[in-house]
Design a protein around this ligand. Structure first.
Ligand code: AMP
Ligand code: MG
Length: 547
């Protein structure tokens, strides 16, 4: 009996593996998009001069063909999880010539409709007018085996009516950063757009001035395959308000609600929709604050109406904790500093509310004002809760803001590491935490324990745990689930980029594997020092917008 149970279990396992394997698509020609895609119901501009910058009118999209990447192409990396879970593709497909051609913009999938999205936006606090997909093409709509609808998009796939002064391309270093961060953030529990694969050309060169030093040099062009249920941004509505295309705005909002927020109905649907867009985006920011992610360019065109992290550029994950951390070298005013992200997203939502005004009644405008008035408290509570969980606490009590605040001050004063401090606090017994001589093997705790208030803070923390009846096992379990060992630190990415520039893609592929399980110790990552103190050369590393 026992034996037969084992046999059944083994067969079941084998069958299970077989059935998932057979369900995946191996031949790209068998992969089909929904035809027509739902977004074809929205007005699409069909200007034959697709690659000339133009102010597009009365349309949400422009019909624009991709301009394929030329020369010898190489697959840099692919996300097995995204390809298989979202696109139903067998990860083996990624190595095929057809797939590489597809990512390079050469091969259209049956049923697809290639369009670029028209949007505007406020950049660094000022209205920038029309922006739009200047180097990205939405290829179609794929409804996967789970019934989910996704829009595959290429980034770096050529010029469009929205290219303005740009060349429609993106380079290897910035695409690699987008690829890794999208997938890492997903596994870190951050709502985000995804990335399926990255292809680079040996011969297709573009000129970039990486550090804005006045010396441009040729770099290899690349394309990332990005994935999202939809690509609408706050700026998608702002442009329609600025151009007084009110009927189209109503049509677009109705469409987005019907297709992407189907649970929202009734008379006050615009108010409910605003509320959900706002709260989703603040939920997203709270997850950023919890892992030290700083987006870098929080313009209204880089905020998705679906509440997803979008457009990874000069972002950065905190190394040593510094509230005013700014990863973007162009952000002189520190507008998009780490600790300002919640308030800046609220500013963006205010601009969004102003954009929606033409389709709202006076009463609805008032309701939205009230919603906005509550956003700061909402996100404050979310962030506090996030930090308490990072300390192994699941409820909120009086004095918690101070408890967390004092920890952050000590972290900043002692330049201890944001990620490692929280992680290591869950790896040391609470009774040893106040004793700096017991913390030598934990490099970040060794730093923070130099703060003169450390001992008294640990006493306070211990009392708080006792009051909430959190035992040591519960504390450590909670902490190990929310405090990652690994995050895509800029220095780690810089090393992977340097190798990739020499066609060695081992590191970037390893990174994708490591970040599939960021909460687990990985031997290869340990050998490379990914949870150790960052090297001194990486201190103060900044990124420009050049991409
Ligand atoms: P980003 O900073 O990447 O979010 O881009 C801001 C705007 O500039 C968007 O409208 C992009 O499409 C556009 N853009 C950025 N780089 C390029 C480029 N190389 N070619 C064309 N458009 C670009
Ligand atoms: Mg953008």
């Amino acid at each position: 009996m026992r034996r037969s149970l084992f046999v059944t279990a083994a067969l079941y396992k084998q069958y299970g593996e077989m059935s998932t394997a057979t369900a995946k698509i191996v031949n790209l020609n068998d992969w089909k998009f929904k035809h027509p895609p739902s977004y074809a119901k929205l007005p699409i501009d069909d200007n034959p001069e697709y690659n000339v910058p133009v102010a597009v009118k009365n349309a949400v999209f422009s019909k624009v063909p991709t301009e394929p990447l030329t020369g010898k192409l190489r697959l840099v990396c692919a996300s097995e999880n995204a390809l298989s879970d979202i696109l139903d593709l067998d990860p083996k497909v990624a190595g095929t010539e057809e797939f590489i051609d597809f990512v390079a913009g050469k091969h259209a999938v049956e049923g697809g409709l290639t369009v670029c999205h028209r949007y505007g936006g406020h950049q660094f606090g000022f209205w920038s007018d029309q922006l739009g997909d200047g180097r990205a093409h939405i290829l179609g709509e794929y409804v996967n085996s789970k019934g989910e609808s996704w829009q595959p998009q290429l980034k770096g796939s050529g010029e469009t009516p929205y290219s303005r002064f740009g060349d429609g391309r993106t380079v290897l270093r910035s695409s690699l950063r987008e690829m890794v961060a999208s997938e890492a953030c997903y596994h870190l529990g951050i709502p985000t757009t995804r990335a399926g694969a990255l292809v680079v050309s040996d011969d297709h060169k573009v000129w970039r001035d990486k550090t804005y030093s006045g010396h441009a040099r040729p770099e290899r062009a690349a394309v990332v395959l990005r994935l999202a249920p939809a690509w609408y941004r706050l700026g998608s509505l702002e442009i329609l308000q600025r151009r007084q295309e009110v009927d189209l705005m109503r049509r677009l909002v109705d469409f987005i609600v019907e297709h992407h927020f189907p649970h929202i109905t009734g008379e006050d649907k615009y108010v409910k929709w605003f509320s959900e867009v706002a709260h989703r985006n603040l939920d997203m920011v709270a997850t950023w604050q919890g892992v030290g992610f700083t987006h870098g360019v929080l313009n209204t065109d880089n905020i998705s109406v679906l509440g997803l992290t979008i457009d990874y550029g000069p972002y950065g994950f905190l190394d040593h904790y510094y509230g005013s951390y700014v990863p973007n070298s162009s952000d002189d005013m520190a507008r998009y500093a780490f600790d300002k992200q919640p308030q800046i997203v609220i500013w963006n939502l205010q601009k969004f509310a102003e954009a929606l005004a033409p389709i709202l009644t006076d009463e609805q405008t008032e309701s939205i004002k009230e919603i906005i008035a509550g956003l700061e408290d909402y996100v404050g509570d979310k962030i506090l809760h996030t930090y308490l969980r990072k300390l192994g606490l699941t409820d909120t009590r009086a004095g918690d803001v101070k408890l967390v605040g004092e920890l952050m001050i000590m972290m900043q004063q002692t330049t201890s590491d944001f990620t490692a401090t929280f992680r290591q606090m869950g790896e040391v017994d609470i009774s040893d935490l106040g004793d700096s001589s017991a913390l030598e093997s934990k490099w970040s705790l060794a730093k923070i324990s130099q703060a003169k208030e450390w001992g008294s803070w640990v006493d306070k923390y211990r009392r708080r745990l006792t009051d909430a009846a959190v035992n040591e096992e519960q504390r450590c379990t909670t902490m190990s689930k929310v405090n990652p060992v690994y995050v895509p630190r800029n220095w780690i990415l810089q090393e992977a980029i340097a190798d990739a520039e020499n066609n060695d893609f081992t590191k970037v592929r390893l990174l994708l594997k490591i970040f599939e399980r960021p909460y687990e110790i990985n031997d290869e990552a340990e050998k490379l020092g990914y949870s150790a103190q960052p090297p001194s050369w990486s201190y103060g590393l900044k990124l420009s917008c050049s991409s």
